[in-house]
Design a protein. Sequence first.
Length: 208
Amino acid sequence: MNAALAEIDEQISARLKNYDNPTALIDRVTMLSEQWTKLRRQNEYFEKKIAIDGDYGLLSEELSKLKTQIVYEIQGSINAKIHEIVERVYGENAKSPSLELGESSYSYQIVDDTGTGKAFANLVIFDLAIFELTDLPILIHDSPLFKNVENRAVARFIKEYERFSSQTFIALDEVYKYGEETAATLQRLSVVRLNNTGLLYVKDWRKQ
């Protein structure tokens, strides 16, 4: 081993003697070696980047497909539940509103019916569907939601609220217009009743 190393040293020394400035030659060799190492690393980084970009593209595509599948399943579950509620409230032949979900968009509408009352009814139906499909603890609907909804539909909405074991809060005016059965149910389940004499606050804000 030592003899081999000594022979190599002799060969290097012999070759360096043929140059007027061996130090400059060594510096040149060192510089070229460093450049070669740098270029080799750059090439390795470039090849790795190409591989990573390819993997990223495949993973992005798979993620997009998975998100689309999950969104489609959620959309199907919600629309099925909406259809069930619509059948109970309006009958079997009634058209159901449809929820369409995208990765970054959504739409919720019913074709051929853009009336204000139906729009509010569809909102109530959507809330009821989500309430049934999720673990939301409470559902709250204020009286303006029911103002333009037909009385028969409101009466059936009350039956829908009764189906839940989770707590629901609703506010309604003129309960008797929804029928005696519905009025009796509301009176039985009501917590707060307001009228001209039974006020929510001590001060009557109608009087200045």
